[in-house]
Design a protein around this ligand. Structure first.
Ligand SMILES: C[S@@+](CC[C@H](N)C(=O)[O-])C[C@H]1O[C@@H](n2cnc3c(N)ncnc32)[C@H](O)[C@@H]1O
Length: 301
């Protein structure tokens, strides 16, 4: 029932009228929000497989919890989950989402700020941290990881899902705004393409092992599966998309900044197609999201 109330409150908050309209004409636009419970359940099932954990009593910090789906679903399984976000509007919707179903804390704080430690320490130390589609929104990732290192147990794990801006599919249509070339642009160029304030920090894959490793989470395992049957398939699909990108540029009418970024991208991708192994090519150009678990036990420090 609370999920229905959440959908109704979300529809009002976004100015799209009622639930029927939200689930009808606005379904594609708000798919991420509408499917949040289902996404949470799927990620939790995957995590249970990978970690073999008993959720009961496990202390979980859901960073960037937004409407609370992961916190709620984990609480239902017996975890002591805490949702935090720096957006009060989303936290209000999380409370509606949880109402009558679970009693979980939702805390308004910036996860990168040092002050978060004081706010969260009474709920920790945490065994598991969730960063589900969050890192790409965070500017101060080092501040965030320093907090996570301080707030977690010695054997803690961090789950992350983060989009890959170099995936050909994201270059053709950026994941949030569906705009061609946007995922290749630095944040200072975003205001020319989208209503502000909004931008995404797309980072290359090596950024993440370096970041996690620097703060004690050195044992990193990628769970992203290679769905191509062989390297020829990977190469063929990348080639098709690069041709599409090339055709869009050749057709003209793109902004100079997109044209330039795509030119650099195409040159790098051609080089990689000629030199890279299949698995690496898949991760760099085909995987739209990287999912993984970083554990403290394998610390490199
Ligand atoms: C794309 S949403 C992901 C929501 C949720 N984890 C999910 O998968 O459904 C990203 C969330 O991170 C939050 N966020 C971004 N930066 C943050 C920060 N520094 N501290 C806390 N929350 C943050 C945003 O407000 C937003 O709710």
């Amino acid at each position: 029932m609370s999920y229905q109330e959440f959908l109704a409150a979300f529809a009002v908050a976004q100015g799209v009228g009622d639930v029927d309209t939200l689930l009808g004409e606005h379904a594609a636009r708000y798919k991420f929000q509408i499917t949040s419970r289902e996404r949470a359940q799927n990620a939790i099932a995957l995590l249970a497989d990978e970690l073999g954990v008993d959720w009961r009593g496990l202390r979980v910090l859901d960073v960037g919890c937004a409407y609370g789906a992961f916190t709620i679903e984990l609480t239902k399984l017996g975890a002591r989950a805490v949702g935090i976000d720096n957006n009060a509007k989303w936290l209000g919707l999380a409370a509606v989402n949880a109402r009558g179903e679970v009693d979980a804390p939702f805390i308004d704080c910036d996860a990168s700020a040092f002050a978060a430690r004081e706010a969260l320490a009474p709920h920790g130390p945490f065994d598991l941290v969730l960063l589900n589609d969050v890192l790409e929104h965070v500017y101060d990732t080092a501040g965030l990881l320093a907090n996570l290192e301080a707030l977690t147990t010695r054997e803690a794990a961090v789950w992350f899902e983060v989009p890959n801006g170099l995936a050909t599919q994201h270059v053709l249509a950026e994941g949030h705004k569906k705009i061609f070339g946007l995922s290749l642009l630095a944040p200072d160029h975003w205001p020319a393409f989208v209503a502000t304030p909004f931008h995404i920090f797309y980072r290359r894959w090596p950024y993440f092992p370096a970041l996690f490793g620097a703060f004690g989470f050195g044992d990193l395992r990628l769970i992203t599966r290679n769905r191509d049957r062989d390297i020829e398939r990977t190469r063929a699909r990348i080639r098709e998309d690069l041709d599409r990108i090339g055709a869009l540029i050749a057709a003209g009418g793109q902004s100079p900044v997109v044209e330039r970024a795509c030119g650099y991208y195409l040159a790098e991708a051609e080089h990689d197609l000629a030199t890279m192994a299949g698995g690496a090519l898949y991760l760099k150009y085909r995987a739209r999201f990287w999912k993984g678990i970083a554990r403290k036990s394998g610390s490199t420090r």
